[in-house]
Ligand binder design. Sequence first.
Ligand code: SF4
Length: 71
Amino acid sequence: MDYDEFADNILSYVKKLPADKRVSEEEYQRRLSLCRECESLRSGMCLKCGCYVELRAAKTGSRCPDVNKKW
Ligand code: SF4
């Protein structure tokens, strides 16, 4: 699987999250914007927890894993 296919799979998964498990688009973009500025982000993965931030940021109840939570 190449990167584009992988990214498409993540987006597809996010879109299939039930509405009550998914944050608003505004909150999703706010979280991703904070991740993009974070020194712990590498190729879409958070080095604090090993997750893909595009998945983690989409879910209600998810938090940034940093000690100093950014979102
Ligand atoms: S989830 Fe938190 S620690 Fe991880 S990349 Fe995003 S802002 Fe940084």
